[in-house]
Design a protein. Structure first.
Length: 506
């Protein structure tokens, strides 16, 4: 009852005229920021941070949080419309969102992405409201072995992404892990895998450069070859009736939305995990439990719903350790944390006691931001579909320019632009040779998280791998249980293959 009263007080703050204006403005700006390839919520929040000094601290954080929410919605737009992830959090949306658009169902994909984002955001905000302090304490007790076990389980869920060819999937994961290891060693500081001694490799391979190259440039090359450049992307139509029908059809995907929301939220709580691993894990899990997993990657609406619900839920989950413990759960929340400190709001358990108005006003604003982001997104669907009506001769150069800008934006280095072009050719060749690209993308995301967790665990155990199975939290072998699930998932495709081969003989 006390929580309900505090939340009602929060809504009174969130619906003050100034705060309501900044919520709507933040969602609209975030939608644009998320849709721009290479920009993403991190750059958007960082760019807009100085502008927030024009308003009071509570309004400023509410604006940045709304921008964060809008960017989570917007990332799906370029993923579906152009095949370019607007941000790393929307990479998994490309896998099925782009094929749906190419089939003339872009409106259905966009409605599904917006609705799933709304469901994920709503479920996560409710969980945030009810269980913030206890969940933060549980996440804080996750050590390196538990983090590593979680990463292994993520790889295990993606073994199925290569279809029946497990060898190609594992090869793709290994290539991604090699790419993630480029740069400076995390313990010794020594350079490793610095190809041709080029200085640009010292900062590692930026994930967005890889994603934009593979899914942007690679998509252009593939389309040019398969269609001889004669592409008229005017299949997509939109009307109020089609949007309503698309919304009604989503009742069949509610289970996937809920699964993605819960998984994304709990991954988002973990410090340094964020929305990208959450969305990729949700996609892998959705495919693992699907009745027809072979349809994923070819335009399955669940392949859009799962990652979109997960990345929105994870973005809310990432705020939980930031507010309650002062530990940012993602790069974007790290910038929000810096803004709070600048305004004299010190994150931690005492924040809920000393600044109740701010905390509950922010939580209430997330409910409002979720609704406004959905309405703004649905209202702009006709504009997004207009992009598909362009001739490919106009669309291809625009996509190419957006890719170059997106490749240059993260580090302002021409080295990354050239690298992006190389990855575009690699992505095209992988597609031509029928190698799955998604596991490589997953590996380059999770590699920098899994490696330090593994090495820290081995240092603690003097090199014994048994720590991943024997370490306990309050007597419960959490790491061992997660590793057990991961091993079972790894073996599942092998068992399926053996059973399939044994059938003709019998």
């Amino acid at each position: 009852m006390e929580i309900l009263n505090l939340l009602l007080d929060g809504f009174a703050i969130a619906f003050e005229p100034l705060n309501l204006v900044v919520i709507v403005l933040g969602c609209a700006v975030g939608l644009f920021v998320g849709a721009m390839p290479g920009l993403g919520s991190v750059n958007g929040v960082a760019i807009m941070l100085p502008m927030t000094f024009l308003v009071p601290p509570t309004s400023a954080i509410i604006f940045l949080a709304a921008l964060y929410y809008g960017a989570m919605y917007g990332g799906a737009i370029s993923s579906i419309m152009l095949g370019i992830p607007g941000a790393s959090t929307a990479v998994a949306t490309v896998f099925d969102g782009r094929p749906l658009a190419m089939k003339g169902m872009a409106d259905k994909a966009l409605v599904a992405a917006a609705t799933a984002s709304f469901v994920g955001g709503t479920i996560s905000v409710v969980l945030f409201t009810l269980f913030a302090p206890p969940l933060a304490e549980v996440a804080l007790r996750f050590g390196s072995p538990e983090i590593f076990a979680l990463m292994i389980m993520a790889f295990a869920t993606f073994i199925g992404l290569g279809g029946d060819d497990i060898a190609k999937t594992i090869f793709s994961i290994c290539i991604g892990l090699v790419m993630s290891a480029v740069g400076l060693d995390i313990i010794s500081g020594q350079p490793r895998l610095i190809f041709l001694d080029l200085p640009g490799f010292f900062h590692g391979i930026n994930f967005l450069v890889l994603a934009i190259g593979i899914y942007g440039i690679g998509e252009i090359l593939w389309t040019l070859e398969t269609t001889k450049g004669e592409v008229t992307m005017s299949k997509a139509t939109v009307s109020f009736r089609r949007v309503i029908v698309a919304l009604k059809d989503l009742r069949h995907n509610v289970k996937t939305m809920v699964m993605g929301s819960f998984l994304g939220y709990f991954v988002g709580i973990l410090p340094a995990a964020g929305a990208t691993p959450g969305s990729l894990m949700a996609y892998g899990m959705a495919k693992m439990i699907a009745k027809e997993p072979e349809t994923y990657g070819k335009g399955n609406i669940d392949g859009v719903v799962a990652p979109e619900a997960a990345n929105n839920a994870a973005s809310t989950g990432a705020m939980l350790p930031m507010l309650t413990l002062g530990i940012p759960g993602s790069p974007t929340t790290a910038i929000l944390l810096g803004g709070m400190v600048i305004w004299g709001l010190e994150p931690g358990p005492l924040l809920f006691v000393e600044h109740k108005d701010f905390v509950w006003g922010l939580i209430a604003s997330l409910y409002a931001a979720n609704v406004f982001a959905l309405l703004i997104n649905l209202a702009f669907i006709p504009l997004f579909l207009w992009v598909l009506k362009m001739p490919f001769t106009i669309l291809a150069p625009i996509i190419f320019v957006l890719c170059v800008v997106g490749g240059y934006a993260p580090t302002q280095s021409l080295h990354d632009v050239w690298l992006m072009l190389i990855f575009g050719v690699v992505g095209y060749l992988m597609r031509k040779l029928d190698y799955p690209m998604a596991p490589a993308v997953l590996a380059i995301v999770l590699g920098p998280l899994a490696e330090p967790a593994m090495r820290q665990s081995l240092i603690i155990s003097n090199g014994s791998f048994a720590i991943f199975f024997t370490r306990t939290i309050d007597g419960v072998p959490v790491s061992g249980m997660i590793m057990g699930i991961a091993i079972a998932l790894f073996l599942l495709p092998v068992v399926k293959t053996l059973r399939r081969k044994s059938r003709p003989a019998s």
